[in-house]
Design a binder for this molecule. Structure first.
Ligand code: ZN
Length: 142
């Protein structure tokens, strides 16, 4: 079954990793990757604090909960720390969301919302993407 694809993903923008202790994981990933994080940013709406590493063209985004109600806290409780999501960059997030919905993907967010690192973001539900939580993001601030 093939669908006409009008809006392709530009690239894998970042990989999100859920961590319990941001300081400890920043130190671990600094050792692993050989680079230090270039920024930390709180995403209030998601109750998370993020830390970003640049590795070639791809970023690694560590995500830690700032409150127990955070989806990251719930994720770690259920599945433990580790790979959380893949984020693909698109040119126009609203158009891409409409397309993915029309293609039969289940959307967690039907509208773009503010994300970290100068992006607007939206997630597709993992039950429609082979259990891979998938984020679409569009750069709004360079
Ligand atoms: Zn992300």
């Amino acid at each position: 079954m093939y669908f006409a694809v009008n809006f392709s993903m530009n690239k894998l923008e970042h990989i999100g990793i859920a961590v319990a202790n941001l300081e400890a994981s920043e130190a671990l990933f600094t050792r692993l990757l050989g680079v230090s994080p270039y920024k930390r940013e709180v995403v209030e709406s998601e109750h998370v604090i993020t830390s970003f590493f640049q590795v070639g063209d791809v970023k690694i985004e560590l995500l830690a909960a700032t409150q127990e109600s955070s989806t990251i806290a719930k994720f770690i409780e259920k599945k433990g720390e580790g790979l959380h999501h893949l984020a693909f960059e698109v040119d126009n997030l609203s158009d891409s969301l409409t397309e993915k919905c029309n293609q039969g993907f289940e959307l967690i967010h039907t509208q773009p919302k503010p994300g970290a690192d100068g992006k607007i973001i939206a997630f597709l539900h993992p039950k429609s993407t082979n259990s891979v939580l998938t984020e679409l993001c569009q750069t709004v601030i360079k």
